[in-house]
Design a protein. Structure first.
Length: 373
């Protein structure tokens, strides 16, 4: 089976982790955590950076520290991981999912504007799969309306938009370091900001809000979302070669594009959508254009060739978890619904070879032919 993601850890990456282990730094205390955070914030261009146990934890903290009140609204993509909506709901606020664009798969900016009202407190702007969202436009809206911008850059570490790193634009920005991300420490996340008040809260809430005078008299209800020194040690060297990693991801994506662009009924995103919108191909997504065959059926066929695939995100308005708590959605969500039924992604990990891409592309062509696509 060709796995959908093959991450790459070098001997040097592992050596650093073993070195940290040999120094007995295995918990969240330890010099590598600070070093990794410092290198991370330098790369993104932010003042403060805190490691946390996952991207989901980073989102939960981000939503916690902006003081949401019951009834406040937070605009977010309908087509994304569930973590954003959960983080909003846990603060007693209302997620307002926005439908995505059919071609770039990011939240539609005109719909964001239409959904802003007096209750809108924050916008979670997420870069989905490969293309950066036009975050400067969202930032402008946020500034004008006094809304907090949370930038979810979990999928695009190392990618740039208009010369700045993704993650640079948010009042608070988050990343994930899960095994399928550009660099990975198994699990993990980062949360960044330029705001010193946010910085203090981030460090407090990820660490149980310990008291200042009496350490064990905790001043609020926080979490243990700490990140370990062992994980940080594993990440440092990967961060150093981020440019190389990004190049590899783009090369794999471009190679798929060259091989599949002429299929009449399968949409693959281009390497560039416009001058400023380049595809980093975190994942290489395919979308069946004519709805003749579901993604599920196509994926079953690819499995017969030994190719592992993944379904696209399941949209927020169709989530069982939210039906149970009777969340009201503002729809319609035509595009995200379409993507979730007719989209899937193919292997594109850092260890995926050109030979494998050729084999996968040929298998896709054969299946398309067989199924009359
Ligand atoms: C856009 C986005 N945000 C947040 C997350 C959550 O990250 P984690 O899996 O580290 O909790 C993910 C996970 O894939 C993601 O894709």
């Amino acid at each position: 089976m060709i796995p959908v993601n093959k991450f790459k850890l070098t001997t040097e990456d592992k050596k650093l982790a073993i070195k940290a282990l040999n120094k007995n730094w295995i918990s969240s205390a330890g010099p590598e955590v600070k070093l990794f955070e410092n290198k991370f914030k330098k790369l993104i261009g932010k003042k403060y950076c805190s490691s946390v146990s996952s991207g989901t934890a980073a989102l939960e903290i981000a939503l916690k520290i902006i003081n949401l009140k019951k009834g406040d609204e937070v605009i977010m993509p309908n087509f994304t991981i569930i973590s954003s909506a959960i983080a909003v709901i846990k603060q007693g606020a209302k997620p307002i999912p926005i439908d995505c664009d059919l071609y770039n798969w990011n939240m539609k900016i005109d719909l964001i504007e239409k959904n802003i009202n007096k209750k809108t407190k924050a916008i979670i702007a997420t870069h989905i799969y490969g293309y950066p969202i036009e975050i400067d436009k969202i930032k402008k809206i946020c500034k004008k309306k006094n809304i907090i911008l949370i930038e979810d850059a979990a999928e695009v570490l190392g990618h740039k938009y208009k010369g700045k790193h993704c993650g640079y634009f948010g009042d608070i920005s988050i990343f994930s370091l899960y095994a399928n991300k550009h660099i990975t420490t198994g699990e993990g996340g980062m949360i960044l900001t330029n705001n010193p008040k946010f910085k203090k809260k981030i460090f407090d809430y990820k660490n149980l809000c310990f008291g200042e005078k009496n350490r064990f008299n905790h001043y609020d209800i926080g979490w243990n979302y700490r990140y370990t020194n062992l994980q940080a040690a594993l990440g440092i060297n990967q961060l150093k070669r981020i440019k190389k990693i990004i190049k590899k991801k783009k090369d794999i994506g471009k190679y798929y594009y060259e091989n599949l662009k002429n299929l009449p009924n399968i949409y693959i995103q281009k390497p560039y959508l416009s001058k400023n919108i380049e595809n980093i191909y975190w994942v290489v997504g395919l979308l069946i254009k004519n709805k003749k065959i579901s993604a599920e059926k196509f994926r079953r066929e690819l499995k017969k060739y030994g190719v592992e695939t993944r379904a696209f995100f399941w949209p927020m308005h169709l989530q069982t978890a939210f039906k149970k708590i009777k969340i009201k959605f503002r729809g319609p969500y035509k595009n995200s619904e379409y993507l979730s039924k007719y989209g899937f992604y193919v292997p594109s990990g850092l260890e995926t070879t050109k030979k494998e891409v050729r084999f996968i592309a040929n298998s896709i062509k054969k299946i398309a032919n067989k199924l009359g696509l």
